[in-house]
Design a protein around this ligand. Structure first.
Ligand code: NAP
Length: 304
């Protein structure tokens, strides 16, 4: 049975950007449960020691509906203040553009202030990848592009990305940008397969964007399936997991990574062992037959 091509050990964030691992670690849940800097540092070390160097956060991570905006960035900033050498080992990604209770704000004044606030909280003078978290329907892409280009020119941002943008929104922002986008971050998992068929991944390949997959385990639902469809997907993943001696979560990451767009799954776990275990996904190989079996289970019907 022929195997899908094996992955390059690293790839670059855009044509001239830093090398990144084919799997990332995310800090959405970092500030939950009263976690302090020492425990956060252990998680950062777990990711870096496992060869995962792309670390993803956002200014809104930590927000619980009432407060906590900025807390996940600030916690990572505490880690970096205590151990500055860690900064050089990571490619630091963050996001902005959502400000509770307003839904989205990418007006120039807000976005400029948000970038500066993220830099302060993260205790760094440069964010390697700055992503617009969700599109602000009321912001003209030309204005957003101007703010982002100025921040790149000022050295505050290394590279640019978006998250939860439609194909047309990506094309519009990229049209006005001098420094073009290098990433897009949609939700992708065996439970959420829309971007395999709606053109998002095709556009990413065409524009050279690295797709970063958020919630690659469906927020944990792949580990605790809830429906007959979930269970069918898990069974298709488990077949490959047991054949290759890895867990279902590792098989799920590897399934995303086998796509030709070079999807980078963002591990969401905040447990050292699970973060380190995720790096095993780099070794899992898929056959076409097994890959499509997961897709068919996710579709809930045969392919035409
Ligand atoms: P996920 O990997 O789909 O889910 C992680 C959750 O699953 C954690 O609560 C984890 O708990 C749990 N889990 C249970 N069993 C697990 C196992 N065996 N292995 C790993 N995890 C297990 O990812 P996510 O946290 O929803 O999202 C990942 C990252 O994507 C975020 O950190 C963030 O960087 C990004 N994100 C971006 C957006 C966006 O709009 N751009 C939205 C959501 C997330 P434990 O911690 O106890 O392991």
């Amino acid at each position: 049975m022929s195997l899908l091509p094996s992955l390059p050990a690293t790839r670059h964030l855009g044509p001239n950007g830093p090398a990144i691992s084919p799997i990332a670690w995310g800090m959405w849940r970092l500030a939950e449960g009263g976690r302090g800097p020492a425990e956060a540092a252990r998680l950062v070390h777990a990711a870096l020691d496992a060869g995962i160097n792309l670390l993803d956060t956002a200014d809104i991570y930590g927000f619980d509906g009432t407060g906590g905006f900025g807390d996940a960035e600030a916690l990572l900033g505490d880690v970096l203040r205590a151990e500055p050498a860690l900064r050089g080992r990571m490619v630091l990604a963050s996001k902005g553009g959502i400000m509770p209770p307003l839904p989205y704000d990418q007006s120039p004044a807000y976005l400029n202030a948000a970038i500066d606030a993220s830099l302060r909280r993260l205790c760094t003078d440069r964010i390697d990848l700055y992503q617009i978290h969700r599109p602000d329907i009321l912001a003209h892409p030309q204005e957003v592009a101007r703010v982002l280009d100025d921040a790149v020119a000022a050295g505050k941002i290394g590279a640019l990305g978006v998250s939860n943008f439609t194909c047309a929104q990506i094309a519009a922002l990229n049209h006005f940008l001098g420094t073009k986008l290098v990433t897009t971050q949609p939700e992708i998992s065996p439970l959420r397969i829309t971007c395999f068929e709606n053109g998002e991944l095709d556009q990413a390949m065409m524009l050279g964007l690295t797709p970063l997959a958020w919630s690659p385990l469906g927020g944990g639902r792949l580990i605790a399936p809830e429906s007959a469809r979930d269970r069918a997907i898990c069974a298709a993943l488990d077949k490959v997991a047991s054949e290759q001696g890895v867990s279902r979560s590792v098989a799920a990451y590897a399934w995303l990574m086998a796509h030709p767009a070079g999807i980078v799954p963002i591990i969401g776990s905040q447990q050292s062992e699970r973060i380190a275990e995720g790096a095993q996904a780099m070794k899992v190989r898929w056959t076409r037959t097994d890959w499509y079996a997961v897709l068919v289970a996710a579709r809930g019907e045969r392919l035409p």
